[in-house]
Design a protein around this ligand. Sequence first.
Ligand SMILES: [Zn+2]
Ligand SMILES: [Zn+2]
Length: 394
Amino acid sequence: MIKEQIQQLSKDIFNDTVATRRHLHAHPELSFNEVETSAYVAGRLEALGLQYQRMADNGLVALIKGDKPSDKVVALRADMDALPITEANDVPYKSQNVGVMHACGHDAHTSSLLGTARILTDLKSQFGGTVKLIFQPAEEKLPGGASLMIKEGVLENPKPQAVLGQHVMPLIEAGKVGFRAGKYMASTDELYVTVRGKGGHGAQPQQNIDPVIITAHILTALQTIISRFADPKSPSVLSFGKVIANGATNVIPNEVYLEGTFRTMDENWRNDAHIKMKKMAEGIAESMGGTCEFNIMRGYPFLINEEKLTIATRGHAEDYLGKENVLDLDIWMAAEDFAYYSQVADSCFYRLGTRNESRGITSSVHTPTFDVEEDAFKISTGLMAYLAVKQLGN
Ligand SMILES: [Zn+2]
Ligand SMILES: [Zn+2]
């Protein structure tokens, strides 16, 4: 019965959810600068009669307590930040903050969670347990808002037995959602490498130490970290997208600068690989007369969807949406700071389909033409409310 009530309420608030999303979309703010967004969310929570607590500057946490007796707690998370991208869409709700754009759908996550909050507030008398709403800043920028909010105690007092998060996915049609139990997204580490030699005339290599050739060996050898050292059963990726050797046809430069990314799904192997990559690069440079400075900036950990929780949650989603609207996801080597919750609490991060081919809404996240099919809001608010009350044992 609560299912039908939630479905009705989500229909009732659909227009409001779209309007909220459009407001947020038109007023995007960069990571760690979500001041107006945070104030807007705070106002909406107040309007629902919910008290909130601030965390990590712009983050907000609020509780909705069901009237029926239960000690269970579930946390629902949305992120609020936008990206440094200039929007190319010609839509009425186009970004008014030039150079900043909600190109990862965090406007959809925030407006959906506000809708979920409204549904759950209306249905307080119908369920038992506590729903913890987490509106976090800075998903897109290290060290990530999630890690800061966890440090400030977002997962304590009360401690949730499960954390749920939803994220838009332009590969999935609006109206459908996707789940994957177990390892889902990768850890990411940024690599900043400088190979130094001794530059000079290209005609006299014997008098120089050529950092370009040293770099060529390092780049090739480092791929053996993946092909020879990584467990083939566990995915790893190593890519260098920037290699600057700023010499000329007849000039060997003094140094070469590289930037790359290392991604995997195992924290022990991740640490081990860091040591191996550094040692290999330094060793090759040294053996050829040069030096190598290998800096690693640690990013987010890998994201794991707790098996039991995810299988149960997927079942509830089938119940709410129909089996045909719940898909299985493949692993994805992108990163997401929801991973921090998943490392310390049973978590489930699922995907909300936002694609509409017939309307040309197909662009990938993080592109200037990204948009979401707003029909997705017909399910996003109610589904999360339903998953929460089911997780609370109702
Ligand atoms: Zn993103
Ligand atoms: Zn995102």
